[in-house]
Design a protein around this ligand. Structure first.
Ligand code: SPD
Length: 276
């Protein structure tokens, strides 16, 4: 009999994936962390019952949360990642040789440990430019003496549980204060199809940043299928792609290229205003 892992979205819909083998299941100090081997998606990470990433389609998410910002920010020497414990976002950041320092602030050490162990291809854990700090990203942003960051990436869960405080104006203000001139804030901004959270994120970011540009792509692991990220800045231009950086990325990427970058920022009619 098929073993189904079923994500339940607000008791309104379910999305099921056939499991070949259950590999890890434990409650951390913050959330339930599970890894299983899926029939189609390969090793898959689930947090609090929500699909996070899979070996099969992780590139669709990680390349797109990283490279639009990294290919257009004024400088990319210093990159801060809040969340991102599976390592995929840091791996993509580290593909840029101009990056000198990446700090990943992840609240849950269990996520880092199990992804290193069971999904090692996701990360570039041995790169000496990467520092992993197991700490609360909100507390870090409020109290640190680090120099400003050229790019800040928020790679969190959905806005429930420990990730909830990462989706409000107070947090976005701390991000803006820590960004260097010409800097970019890139974040995952939920599905533009299923509910209003996408629109709430856009409205809140617009209170704080001069320019806010959502962009879109497919992530089959997420039940809505269509996903969004958002590029927020005061003084960078998401269309000003630095060719030298993009050329290097295109040599290894599976989805990102300059055409995909430009196309992702096309705003579908349904994303232009909240459904009534
Ligand atoms: N609905 C799931 C949203 C998950 C977003 N974060 C995924 C983390 C991948 N590094």
């Amino acid at each position: 009999m098929t073993d189904w892992y079923v994500e339940n979205y607000r008791d309104e819909m379910t999305y099921g994936i056939a499991v070949k083998e259950r590999i890890f299941d434990s409650q951390s100090d913050f959330q339930r962390v599970e890894i299983f081997e899926a029939v189609r998606f390969g090793r898959t990470l689930v947090i609090d019952g929500i699909f996070m990433t899979s070996e099969r389609d992780e590139f669709l998410y990680h390349e797109m949360i990283v490279h639009p910002a990294l290919c257009t920010a004024k400088s990319i020497a210093r990159v801060l990642i809040i969340g991102g414990g599976d390592g995929g976002t840091a791996r993509e950041v580290l593909r840029h040789p101009e990056v000198e320092k990446v700090l990943m602030v992840e609240i849950d050490g269990m996520v880092v440990d199990v992804c290193k162990k069971y999904m090692p291809a996701l990360g570039a854990w041995d790169d000496p430019r990467l520092e992993v700090r197991i700490a609360d990203g909100i507390a870090y942003m409020l109290d640190n003496d680090d120099p400003p960051w050229d790019v800040i990436i928020l790679d969190g869960t959905d806005p429930v549980g420990p990730g909830e405080g990462l989706f409000n104006a107070a947090f976005y203000r701390t991000v803006k204060e820590r960004l260097a001139p010409g800097g970019v804030f890139a974040l995952q901004s939920e599905s533009p199809i299923l509910d209003d959270v996408f629109f709430e994120i856009q409205d809140t970011l617009r209170e704080i940043f001069g320019h806010v540009h959502p962009y879109f792509g497919p992530v089959p692991l997420y039940s809505a299928g269509v996903w969004s990220w958002t590029y927020a800045t005061d003084d960078a231009d998401p269309m000003a792609i630095v060719d030298e950086r993009a050329t290097r990325v295109e040599a290894h990427s599976k989805t990102y290229n300059r055409e995909m970058h430009r196309a992702a920022f096309a705003l579908p009619q349904y994303a232009k205003k909240r459904p009534g």
